[in-house]
Design a protein around this ligand. Structure first.
Ligand code: PMV
Length: 360
């Protein structure tokens, strides 16, 4: 079992003068949701997600040795300096400093861009923090060449988690679990692990069409949202339920039973929102069009028996999940009946993908 201290790099002075790495990392969509955390980004319950393929952040990190022993950085978005991003990146560096003391020897120039519109309401923190963590690990690998691949990815996920919890599920591909779960060997609160148990072919290239219902700023930040689970009247039951749902989902992923898959995934989405509605203060993050879409999906599923379902993040957008062999039918349904509920008719077609990738 890994402990936090296993991720402390014991490198005193570094010999690498400068260099550059570019990584991309995708977003992910949780099936069993992470909502509530303890100190130091430790999740209150385990979660599982599909890694996406098309919604990605690409991050290029140039690093150059300095002499004063304090890390400095510039952050750019699509080539333009972005002052608004400085606090978040600074916070990330401060959090990882204990585990990557070598960062203090360098100035970093970080240039990042997303494949999805910046103001789409799709959280870029998961893909962004994962892509940045991968580049930092590439630097660590230069300093410490004997590092194994397994450690490289584990520590990248560990660092990404310190930037944004769910980012630790964006390092690896297809299906990823984060958080200790007794039936998932190797699972850890410290980093995400690839789900290596059996996955039925029904889930191969599973589709996720993201309907952009509300592209505005998040009404409740994740930090505030997770905090609402402290002293929440239903918190303990919810955390137990997440363990139970992950057990059930493990069986369903192996059997390919899509009815059971749908029941777990939709219940998880509504539970996440129910937690927000029943916290103090309380929030409703769905919009009228979110509910219109959900009702349309239920009607379509009832009438056509097509195994299509929805899930939600902490916002109003709707992720529509369905098997690859249903693309034509579902896509027609989305175009005919759902696009009208999207802001400016916008949606993004995505599917399960392979995780982070090195570009240079
Ligand atoms: O990673 P955070 O702190 O932004 O939390 C994300 C939480 C949800 O997206 C609502 C659920 C999840 O597991 O991704």
């Amino acid at each position: 079992m890994f402990l936090e201290k296993d991720f402390i790099a014991n490198l005193s002075s570094t010999s690498i003068e400068k260099g550059s790495f570019e990584w991309s990392a995708p977003s992910n969509i949780a099936l069993v949701k992470y909502w509530g955390k303890k100190e130091n980004q430790i999740p209150a319950n385990p979660s599982i997600s599909f890694t996406l393929n098309n919604c990605k952040t690409t991050t290029k990190v140039d690093f150059k040795k300095t002499i004063d022993g304090n890390f400095t950085f510039d952050i750019l978005y699509e080539g333009e300096y972005k002052k608004e991003f400085v606090p978040k990146i600074n916070h990330f560096f401060l959090r990882i400093e204990k585990y990557c003391s070598y960062i203090n020897d360098y100035h970093f120039t970080i240039d990042t861009s997303n494949t999805f519109p910046h103001s789409s309401g799709i959280a870029s923190s998961a893909s962004g923090m994962a892509a940045l963590a991968m580049s930092i690990m590439s630097l660590e690998k230069l300093l410490y060449p004997e590092m194994t691949d397994a450690y490289f990815y584990q520590k990248a996920s560990f660092l990404a988690r310190l930037g944004s919890g769910s980012a630790c599920r964006s390092v690896k591909g297809n299906v990823v679990v984060w958080g200790n779960h007794e039936e998932i060997s190797g699972s850890s609160d410290l980093f995400g692990v690839e789900f290596t148990s059996a996955i039925h072919s029904n889930f191969k290239n599973y589709q996720d069409t993201i309907l952009l219902v509300d592209k505005g700023e998040k009404q409740v930040s994740s930090t505030v949202g997770h905090d609402l689970m402290h002293n929440h009247p239903y918190a303990e039951r919810r955390f137990t339920q997440a363990h139970e749902n992950l057990s059930k989902l493990k069986t369903v992923l192996a059997s390919g039973n899509l009815d059971e898959f749908i029941a777990i995934v939709e219940s998880e989405a509504l539970t996440l929102h129910a937690m927000m509605m029943t916290s103090m203060p309380y929030f409703i993050l769905m919009k009228p069009n979110t509910l219109e879409i959900i009702n349309k999906i239920w009607k379509f599923r009832n009438e056509t028996k097509t195994p299509v379902c929805f899930t939600l993040d902490a916002g109003a957008n709707v992720h529509i999940l369905y098997p690859e062999n249903e693309i034509e039918k579902v896509f027609q349904f989305i175009k005919n009946e759902l696009v009208g509920y999207c802001q400016n008719g916008q949606y993004i077609c995505d599917e399960i993908g392979n995780g982070s990738q090195i570009l240079t």
